[in-house]
Write a protein that binds this ligand. Structure first.
Ligand SMILES: [Cu+2]
Length: 186
């Protein structure tokens, strides 16, 4: 029974996979997310780290702290060990996995987590990202870098205050992808 179940699970994982940030380390679900968003939301993310926000049941939310559209619901409290210490003007290299591309816009921005608002302008923007009609994805879809602005208006000096957010919307798929990298500037 076990031997038969494994190939089916592997196939499912392939079928469900869409995309995520693999470096720098992005926020993951944990106990704080479970308290904020419910265990079903955590299970949905853990079943496929590359899945879209639309696959996460937000109806299980039991707290104003849970916003699936901010960092996929992942909480700072579960990720305090992943904070990147950066300097103004520093270049940050990203690696993304896009096992199932869906064409659409994408960007990387600095988001103020208290208000879920973008600070300044996006650091990187793609009008057309992850186009499945291309024979091969451009290298900059999975390997790209951003530069930390010289002036963040005094923000992003406290852990948990700011994240580097990768955002991608697969237009025809109607699927939204987000991953957040916690950081502080010093
Ligand atoms: Cu997808």
């Amino acid at each position: 029974m076990q031997a038969h179940a494994l190939p089916i699970l592997s196939l499912l994982a392939l079928t469900l996979a869409h995309g995520n940030i693999t470096s720098p380390p992005a926020r993951l679900p944990g106990p704080a997310m479970s308290r904020a968003c419910g265990a079903a939301a955590v299970s949905a993310v853990q079943s496929d780290f590359t899945g879209p926000l639309e696959n996460i049941p937000s109806s299980s939310s039991n707290s104003a702290a849970c916003n699936i559209f901010l960092c996929k619901g992942a909480q700072f409290a579960d990720n305090a060990d992943k904070v990147q210490t950066l300097t103004p003007g520093e270049t940050v290299n990203f690696t993304a996995a896009l096992p199932i591309p869906h064409e659409g816009p994408a960007n990387v921005s600095i988001v103020d987590t208290a208000t879920n608002s973008v600070i300044g302008e996006p650091l990187l923007e793609f009008e057309s990202y992850a186009d499945e009609k291309l024979a091969a994805l451009p290298k900059n879809n999975t390997q790209f870098s951003v530069t930390i602005p010289e002036d963040l208006g005094g923000k992003c000096e406290e852990e948990g205050e700011c994240v580097l957010q990768w955002f991608w919307f697969g237009t025809s798929a109607g699927q939204t992808y987000e991953n957040c990298v916690d950081f502080v500037v010093v």
